[in-house]
Design a protein around this ligand. Structure first.
Ligand SMILES: Nc1ncnc2c1ncn2[C@@H]1O[C@H](COP(=O)(O)OP(=O)(O)OP(=O)(O)O)[C@@H](O)[C@H]1O
Ligand SMILES: [Mg+2]
Length: 307
């Protein structure tokens, strides 16, 4: 089955997009989902947060989007067997300008992902804090979108504009795009303002808001300076555990959706002689233990295959 592509997006800066992208991707990989994290932000924090330094990369997402370099040529392994990274660099700023006159510029990422879609279960995209061509590419390539929202006074500011952009992309470019949920981040249990903001957001967006909240947790802020996701830095921390829970919520939701669509296609094909067992899609992927990956760009990336 082709990968489920999920963009982590909010044009507001510093709301926890990169922290969510890194730690959700790592949590999915820890539960043996073959995962690719794509850094679509010229700040390149998602790559560096997983230990991929800009100085180590000769090609990155800029080359994929502008020069049509195959994405498999820029993929790095991470410290987790099931997690790969497609890094970015400051050069990506230029892509915004260079793609302006290119026909079909919104679909550059969709095309780039074609060749690797079947190698992964999840592709997570870290978006920049802007609604320019890079974010539009990410949302055009995604089936799902998570909107991190920092629980602070101006949390809802700009959300209307983001929802309008999503609506436009759904109508014009990608009818499959769906908001997976709004994720409250940096939640401080002892701060009354956080509770007020939570109640406002839930009043406005109802069950579009994930029940799970990401707590303010120092371990989440420290881990990137060690080039590690939080679960490899302090697995027992509240930060690591909350992203593991988010990954669990998403995977069980997607398993249920896949089962439903399998059953639908089964009833559509009543006359077909082939009997398809929907549960056969639930066979777990065999672990690929013991192979420590090196941090070199890898055109034949050893992507664990479904067995
Ligand atoms: N749950 C959390 N607890 C504590 N610190 C956090 C948490 N989430 C994020 N941070 C910190 O807040 C800052 C902003 O987070 P992050 O970089 O993930 O936001 P962003 O939305 O990706 O920012 P940008 O818009 O600049 O890309 C970082 O220093 C990060 O370490
Ligand atoms: Mg970021």
């Amino acid at each position: 089955m082709a990968a489920k592509v999920i963009a982590i997006s909010n044009q507001k800066g510093g709301v926890g997009k990169t922290t969510t992208a890194i730690n959700l991707a790592a949590s999915l990989a820890a539960s043996e989902r073959r995962t690719l994290l794509i850094d679509m932000d010229p700040q390149a924090n998602a790559g560096s947060g997983l230990g991929v330094l800009e100085t180590e990369t000769s090609q990155d997402m800029y080359h994929v989007l502008v020069d049509e370099t195959p994405i498999k040529d820029i993929i790095f392994h991470s410290d987790l067997d099931y997690l790969h990274v497609a890094p970015s660099s400051q050069e990506l700023v230029a892509a915004e300008v260079e793609l302006v006159s290119v026909i079909g510029r919104e679909a550059r990422l969709v095309e780039a992902l074609e060749s690797v879609r079947n190698n992964y279960d999840y592709i997570i995209i870290d978006c920049p804090p802007a609604l320019g061509v890079l974010t539009v590419n990410a949302l055009t390539a995604s089936q799902g979108m998570i909107i991190p929202l920092q629980t602070e006074y101006y949390a809802l500011e700009g959300l209307g504009q983001l929802m309008k952009t999503v609506d436009l992309i759904q109508r014009r470019l990608n009818c499959d795009l769906k908001v997976e949920g709004i994720l409250l981040t940096m939640f401080d249990q002892r701060n009354n303002l956080c509770h007020e903001v939570e109640s406002d957001v839930r009043k406005s967006f109802g069950d579009q808001v994930f029940q799970i909240k990401i707590p303010r947790n120092i371990r989440l802020a420290e881990a990137p300076s060690f080039g590690k996701p939080c679960l490899l830095y302090d697995a027992a921390s509240k930060g690591a555990l909350s992203y593991l829970e988010l990954a669990r919520v998403l995977t069980s939701r997607h398993n249920a959706e896949d089962k439903k669509s399998d059953i639908k296609s089964l009833t559509k094909n009543e006359l077909s002689s082939t009997v398809h067992d929907p549960l056969s899609d639930q066979i777990p992927i065999q672990a690929n233990h013991g192979q420590r990956k090196t941090k070199t760009p890898n055109s034949q990336a050893e992507i664990p295959q479904v067995t």
